[in-house]
Write a protein that binds this ligand. Structure first.
Ligand SMILES: [Zn+2]
Length: 312
């Protein structure tokens, strides 16, 4: 096992001299003590609250460590020296959908350093007693496995981001398609453990994708620009992992078909695959390049009678 430095830190820290201290920014924290500090420095400095800040950092660090260990075989051949999780306790980022994130643009794979963030809502879960109840918070429980898979996927995320920055409608559309791969890849671990929410099968995922895709194309035709609001629907989390499994059935000459069928049978029964099998599938999915993904999505949109078997 590599010696990896895993650090979760509050920033700005409530006790920093230069952090603007508004009690309401931190008083949302479950367990926050509203009594004044014994030295009269204000509630933010109350000893109980100081302990609370420390425990937030410590607990988050431990949870990330556990997720890292859960996925460790996947990281064996990677240089990983440090994982740094910025905890946004003050709610500065305000992304309404993501409770945590991987920052590919701030990470330095060549140095083995990777940057993440976590927000207030995730901390609120961590501070509540039953946050580990799988039936109540299935996704919350796998937050860091999801983000760590993004880290593993760094190269392709970076490549796909070029499509986004181009600003061209056709390139933005490709970025939208690639997003299903990106989030689908990060959610593979979750699905292969037999967890899923609204989408129950590959067929259902395909149908939902085709409907969404038709809407997007219609809007693009009408306005000439890519409808950015489509990102707010966040369908690629739900559909993505199923579509990746479908793509893997024919990937590399159909070599993995049987393996994927076994996985689908297990998932159908909400059973977890053996971990080494899960890691094998994730490793295969990591080999999918942008062309493979775009070709797969193109083929999905063809009428059934036009789909011919193409060599990979
Ligand atoms: Zn993600």
């Amino acid at each position: 096992m590599q010696d990896v430095n895993i650090v979760a830190y509050l920033s700005p820290h409530p006790l920093d001299d230069d952090s603007a201290k508004e009690v309401e920014w931190v008083s949302w924290i479950p367990g926050f003590n509203h009594d004044d500090d014994a030295d009269g420095m204000g509630v933010i400095y109350n000893d109980c609250n100081v302990l609370l800040y420390q425990s937030i950092e410590k607990q988050t660090t431990e949870i990330v460590k556990t997720a890292f260990n859960n996925l460790y075989p996947l990281f064996e051949n990677h240089i990983i020296k440090g994982l740094f999780v910025w905890i946004d306790l003050f709610g500065i980022t305000g992304n309404e959908h993501a409770i945590a994130g991987y920052h590919y643009d701030k990470s330095k794979p060549a140095h083995g350093e990777y940057q993440f963030n976590a927000d207030q809502r995730l901390m609120a879960h961590y501070l509540s007693k039953n946050w580990q109840d799988l039936s109540a918070n299935p996704k919350v429980l796998f937050t860091w496995e999801h983000e760590l898979l993004h880290m593993l996927d760094h190269q392709l995320i970076e490549k796909a981001s070029v499509y986004k920055s181009s600003g061209e409608t056709s390139e933005l559309y490709k970025y939208f398609i690639l997003k299903f791969r990106e989030e689908g890849f990060a959610d593979l671990y979750y699905l292969l453990l037999g967890n899923f929410d609204e989408i129950l099968s590959i067929e259902q995922a395909k149908t939902a994708f085709l409907k969404l895709n038709m809407d997007v194309k219609k809007k693009m035709k009408e306005t000439g620009v890519f409808p950015e609001e489509v990102y707010k629907q966040y369908d690629y989390y739900e559909l993505g992992p199923w579509l990746i499994l479908d793509c893997l059935r024919s990937f590399e000459g159909g070599f993995h078909e049987e393996h994927i069928e076994n996985a689908l049978q297990k998932i159908g029964k909400k059973e977890a695959m053996p971990r080494e099998e899960i890691f094998r599938i994730i490793q295969i999915a990591l080999r999918m390049d942008i062309k493979t993904v775009l070709d797969y999505f193109k083929k999905l949109q063809l009428p059934i009678n036009q789909v011919t078997e193409e060599p990979n």
